[in-house]
Design a protein around this ligand. Structure first.
Ligand code: FES
Ligand code: FE
Length: 461
């Protein structure tokens, strides 16, 4: 593994408009990321529908740290799953229902709001057990939700989740968080992927060019999707990114005259009533895909259930969100949730889940297409001859006006064409800003919005 890298080296590289491959493999970079990014951001933990009843809990991770997320009588709470006595994990399950967690080591018991409520033989063995109980709660994790999405942060100084997400919430709403009343279908799938987390985060936020080549088996060979040039370059499609915040999302609208294809009409009506500003964007809508900085991605699209094109058989819509949980410089654990509108029938939900599983579930074809490439990138990024190679981010390099812009009115963020690397460049600018420590307020701030990737006029923000 490479050693001795400095932030100054990185800055120089990015200012020259390239990214050294070792950012996808370097152990030092990974250590920086843990402290400078994941300790400070809002990390996605769970969906509220996973813990519907008081007492329900799930155990999730902020990078390497297990966090108990539980619904209490006082609202949703989260704590590091670590006993204050000797540091044993107090909750051994991954999910369940419990009002309290009893440490398996010496039996200290914590309420699900985190307070230490029981010490075996406390009165006999401690001078002042009540003081110990008062002082030694489970380590708290701040939690806030956005329309069912529960985020947690280890940063007491972080801004509110609302501020952190900024106007990216407009796209979370369009994805279905507003109006569709999404709930989780089954447990999240999890698997280990031998790839660096940033490759996946950057791909979802947003690399639209890879679709035709990486996923050529379904798209070009099986012709499952009506992929014409317009599907990528059509004027109604776009990417939006958020300087300083790192989020980027793409919206694809290739089916004019059809509203949010695959969504039951009653739900479309509800979306339009709840968010009239979204109504024009539902026309022709196929795909919403993106990354909420740093490692939460989302995708909704349709998927034929058999080897036929969209429009010639059943092609249910599915919704997935996923966390690219870093587990090392060259490995991540993928957490993938399938979401469904609560009001759909059981049969509709099941079909939506099948569509998800076929394309982006653990054995999904799209998923495996991507995984294979990402694994290869990571291996090369760690290799003798590959790690110093500079990678290129010049698509849509000079972010000027483009003809399609007139079709996109009212969409927040910096709006760019569908095939662009502007979102990815913003990802890297935000990344560097965090590594520099320039975001103690919890989001990227102004530093890094310029001066990276733009010294050759490549990213005039
Ligand atoms: Fe938990 Fe001792 S480590 S009670
Ligand atoms: Fe892909």
């Amino acid at each position: 593994m490479r050693s001795g890298v400095s932030l100054q080296d990185l800055e120089r590289e990015l200012e020259n408009g390239a990214l050294p491959a070792w950012v996808f493999s370097d152990a030092q970079v990974y250590e920086w990321e843990k402290e400078a990014i994941f300790k400070r951001v809002w990390n996605f933990l769970a969906h509220e529908s996973e813990i519907p009843e008081v007492g329900d809990y799930v155990v999730r991770f902020i990078v390497d740290t297990p966090v108990i997320v539980t619904r209490t009588e006082h609202g949703i709470r989260a704590h590091v799953n670590m006993c204050r006595h000797r540091g044993a994990p107090v909750c051994r399950g991954e999910r369940g229902r419990s009002q309290a967690f009893r440490c398996p080591y010496h039996g200290w018991t914590y309420s699900n709001t985190g307070e230490l409520v029981g010490i075996p033989f406390g009165e006999q063995i401690y001078v002042d057990p009540e003081r110990i109980k008062r002082e030694l709660s489970l380590p708290r994790v701040r939690v806030q939700s956005y329309r069912g999405l529960i985020f947690g942060t280890l940063n007491e100084q972080a801004p509110s989740l609302e501020d952190y997400l900024g106007e990216s919430t407009w796209y979370l709403d369009l994805f279905g968080c507003r109006g569709l009343d999404l709930e989780v279908f089954g447990d999240p799938e999890r698997w280990i992927l031998s790839a660096n987390w940033k490759i996946a985060a950057e791909n979802f936020g947003v690399d639209n060019l890879h679709i035709l080549s990486t996923h050529g088996s379904l798209i070009v060979e099986l012709k499952q999707f009506p992929f014409r040039q317009e599907y990528l370059l059509g004027p109604a499609n776009f990417v939006a990114y958020f300087p300083g915040r790192g989020h980027a999302i793409a919206v694809n609208r290739p089916f004019p005259g059809m509203k949010f294809v695959g969504v039951p009409e009653s739900l479309i009506t509800r979306m339009e009533a709840e968010a009239p500003e979204h109504a024009p964007f539902l026309d022709g809508l196929s795909t919403v895909v993106g990354t909420i900085w740093p490692n939460l991605s989302l995708l909704t699209v349709v998927q034929p259930l058999g080897p036929y094109p969209v429009g010639q058989g059943e092609a249910p819509r599915y919704w997935t969100i996923r966390v690219w949980q870093p587990t090392g410089p060259t490995q991540m654990q993928v957490w993938s949730w399938c979401l469904v509108p609560r009001a759909m029938s059981d049969e509709q939900k099941w079909k939506s889940f099948q569509a998800y599983r076929l394309s982006f579930g653990i054995s999904g074809i799209f998923e495996q297409d991507d995984a294979e490439v990402w694994k290869g990138i990571t291996e090369l990024a760690a290799s003798l001859g590959g790690r110093e190679v500079r990678l290129n981010y010049e698509i849509d390099g000079v972010e000027g006006p483009w003809p399609g812009q007139r079709f996109i009115k009212g969409a927040p963020g910096v709006v760019r064409p569908y095939v662009t690397e502007a979102g990815a460049r913003n990802f890297w600018r935000t990344w560097l800003t965090y590594l520099r420590g320039g975001s103690d307020d919890g989001h990227g701030g102004s530093m890094g919005d310029r001066g990276v990737f733009d010294s050759r006029g490549r990213a005039a923000g």
